[in-house]
Design a protein around this ligand. Structure first.
Ligand code: XMP
Length: 519
C-alpha cells in the first residue's frame, strides 16, 4: 500500500513462532494502530523501509541458548525505535543487550500474580504494589537484566516479570499481554503504543475504505476486473469495495454449483444486481456439477472435482465478458501470514480451494483489497459499506458447499433433503438467539439408514447429524452446549417435516481431533 496518512504510523511485529502472535496483531489493531507481522529474520533493510513506530518481538517456543534459536538482526536495536519484547522476545532483548537468561527450575504456565513496581510507562493506569493477574507460559527467565534496565514488575516465580529501559524505550514482559487471560493486557499494549511509541489511534475502517478506494483506482486504472461472488462475507465485501472504487469496470460472477443453501443464489443476485446495480452474472451450473459429481464418494476427490469445475465454468463465463485484466479475491490477512510464516505451510488436512488456480489458468493479475484485514475488520468494513447485517454476520460456509455435508454420493434428492434440514437448523438456531454466538451450525446427511416407526409403520430412512461449534478462528473448535429444548425442537421439526429422515443425532466431537466439517 502506498504511503498515505493511514499507513504512516505502523507497528512491526516480529514473529518468533508463538501461537499467540496473531493475537498481538489483533490487540494492536483493536487499539486502532496499523501493524504487520513479519518473520523474526526480516532483513534489516526491509525493517528500515517499513519504518515502524515501534517493534514488538513475539514469544516463541525456543530457548535463547538453543543452537538454532531464532535471532532477529541485531541492528533493529540501533534504529532508535521503541521495542517491546514479549516472553521469548524479552529473552532475546536480554541476551542481545548483555543480560543473562537462565533456565527456570520449572516451566511456569498459567495464571500468575504480577506486582507492579513502576507505573510510569508500560503500566500506566494500573495500581502500583497491587496484584494483577497475568498469563505466563515460559521455561527460561531473566537472571540478570542488561545494563540500563530496571524491574517494572515481579511475580512469585519471576523476579523480573517486566523490565524497561525508558531512555532507550526498550521494554520486556515475561507474561503474555495479548491473551484474554491477562485482563489488563490490552491496556499494557496501549501504553506501549500510545505512551511509548506515541502512535495515534487512526486505523479505522472508514479511513481504510477511503485509502483503499484511492489505491484501487490508481492500481486498476481503466482496466476491467472480475470477481467471483459466493455470497460469503469476504467476497461480498471485496466486490462492494471494488464497485465503490471502479463502478462497472467490475463484473461479478456467481457460479451456482447447485451446492448452495436454499434460496442463496437468488438472494445474492437480488442484493448485488438490484440493490447495488452491479454488473452481475449468475451462472446456473447445478446440472453440470451434479453430472461431474456422479459416483464420487471420496471427500478429497469431491473437493478436487468441485474446484476444477468451478474454474471451467468461471473461465467460460469470464471469456464471454471480453477482455479482463484483474481477478479480485477476498484473501484475508491470516492467509497472508500463513503463507509467509517461517514455520512453513501447515500440512494440508483438507484442500480448501475455492478459487485456487484461477489466476494462473486465466493469466490474470490479482487484486486483493482485504489482504491486510482480519475477519472482524472485514465485517466492520462490510457494515461501513452498508451491506446487510445478515450477510456481514453470516457464518462461514465451505466453498464446496453442501457437497462436503452429504457423506457419500451427492444427488439431487440428497441435496433436497439436506437443504430442508439445514433450513430448519438455521431457523431454530436464529430463534434461540444463537446464530451470532456460535461459529457454525449446520446439518450433515449421513450415508446410513436406520429403522424407525411412524404411525404404525416401520420406516427405514436417513440419519441427519447436527453440528454446532464454538470457535475463534476455526483452527480449534468445541461442540456447543446447545440447550436441550433447542436440540429437541430441531430434531422434532426435521423428523416431522423432512421426508426421508427418521433420526437426528448431535455431534459432540471437538477439533482436534475431529474437524468442523465432516469431510
Ligand atoms: P474444518 O472442517 O477443516 O473447517 O475444521 C474449518 C473451517 O473452514 C471451513 N471450510 C472451508 N472453507 N473452503 C472454504 O472456504 C473449503 O473448502 C472449506 N472446507 C472447510 C469450515 O466450514 C470451517 O469453518
Amino acid at each position: 500500500m502506498t504511503a498515505n496518512g493511514l499507513y504512516e504510523q505502523k507497528v512491526l511485529i516480529l514473529d518468533f513462532g508463538s501461537q499467540y502472535t496473531q493475537l498481538i496483531a489483533r490487540r494492536v489493531r483493536e487499539a486502532r494502530v496499523y501493524c504487520e507481522i513479519h518473520p523474526f529474520n526480516m532483513p534489516i533493510a526491509q525493517v528500515r523501509a517499513f519504518s515502524p513506530r515501534g517493534i514488538i518481538l513475539s514469544g516463541g517456543p525456543a530457548s535463547i541458548y538453543d543452537n538454532d534459536a531464532p535471532m532477529a538482526d541485531r541492528k533493529i536495536l540501533d534504529l532508535g525505535v521503541p521495542i517491546l519484547g514479549i516472553c521469548y522476545g524479552m529473552q532475546y532483548l536480554t541476551h542481545q543487550l548483555g543480560g543473562v537468561v537462565a533456565k527456570a527450575a520449572e516451566r511456569e504456565y498459567g495464571n500468575a500474580l504480577l506486582t507492579i513496581r513502576d507505573d510510569r510507562d508500560l503500566f500506566r493506569g494500573m495500581e502500583k504494589e497491587a496484584a494483577h493477574t497475568v498469563w505466563m507460559s515460559h521455561g527460561d527467565r531473566i537472571e540478570r537484566m542488561p545494563e540500563g534496565f530496571e524491574v517494572l514488575a515481579d511475580s512469585k516465580n519471576s523476579p523480573v516479570a517486566a523490565m524497561g529501559d525508558p531512555s532507550r524505550r526498550f521494554f520486556g514482559v515475561q507474561f503474555h499481554p495479548e491473551v484474554a487471560h491477562t485482563p489488563d493486557g490490552a491496556l499494557i499494549l496501549k501504553n506501549f503504543l500510545f505512551t511509548i511509541c506515541r502512535c495515534d489511534p487512526t486505523w479505522t475502517m472508514a479511513s481504510f475504505i477511503q485509502a483503499t478506494i484511492r489505491k484501487l483506482r490508481d492500481e486498476i486504472g481503466p482496466n476491467r476486473v472480475i470477481c467471483g461472488l459466493s455470497g460469503g462475507v469476504d467476497s461480498s465485501v471485496t466486490a462492494v469495495l471494488l464497485h465503490r472504487a471502479i463502478g462497472n469496470q467490475l463484473s461479478c460472477i456467481l457460479v451456482d454449483n447447485g451446492l448452495l443453501r436454499k434460496d442463496e443464489a437468488r438472494e445474492v443476485m437480488e442484493l448485488f444486481q438490484e440493490h447495488y446495480g452491479m454488473d452481475f452474472h449468475l451462472v446456473d451450473a447445478s446440472e453440470h456439477f451434479l453430472r461431474h459429481l456422479k459416483g464420487v464418494v471420496d471427500p478429497e476427490r469431491k473437493r478436487k472435482v468441485i474446484g476444477r469445475e468451478f474454474i471451467t465454468v468461471f473461465e467460460k463465463k469470464a471469456k464471454e465478458l471480453g477482455k479482463v485484466e484483474y481477478l479480485a479475491q477476498g484473501t484475508l490477512y491470516p492467509d497472508v501470514i500463513e503463507s509467509v510464516s517461517f514455520k512453513g505451510p501447515s500440512a494440508t488436512i483438507k484442500s480448501h480451494h475455492n478459487v485456487g488456480g484461477l489466476p494462473e489458468v486465466m493469466k490474470l493479475k490479482l487484486v486483493e483489497p482485504l489482504r491486510e484485514l482480519f475477519k472482524d475488520e472485514v465485517r466492520e468494513v462490510g457494515m461501513e459499506l452498508g451491506l446487510p447485517k445478515a450477510l456481514v454476520m453470516r457464518q462461514p460456509f465451505p466453498g464446496p458447499g453442501l457437497a462436503v455435508r452429504i457423506l457419500g454420493e451427492v444427488t439431487s434428492e440428497r441435496l433436497e433433503i439436506l437443504r430442508s434440514a439445514d433450513t430448519i437448523v438455521l431457523e431454530e438456531i436464529r430463534k434461540a438467539g444463537l446464530y451470532e454466538k456460535v461459529w457454525q451450525a449446520f446439518a450433515v446427511l449421513l450415508p446410513v439408514r436406520t429403522v424407525g416407526v411412524m404411525g404404525d409403520e416401520r420406516t427405514y430412512e436417513n440419519v441427519v447429524a447436527l453440528r454446532v461449534v464454538d470457535s475463534l478462528d476455526a483452527m480449534t473448535a468445541d461442540w456447543t452446549r446447545v440447550p436441550y429444548e433447542v436440540l429437541a425442537r430441531i430434531s422434532n421439526r426435521i423428523i416431522n417435516s423432512v421426508r426421508g429422515v427418521n433420526r437426528v443425532v448431535y455431534d459432540i466431537s471437538s477439533k482436534p481431533p475431529s474437524t468442523i466439517e465432516w469431510e
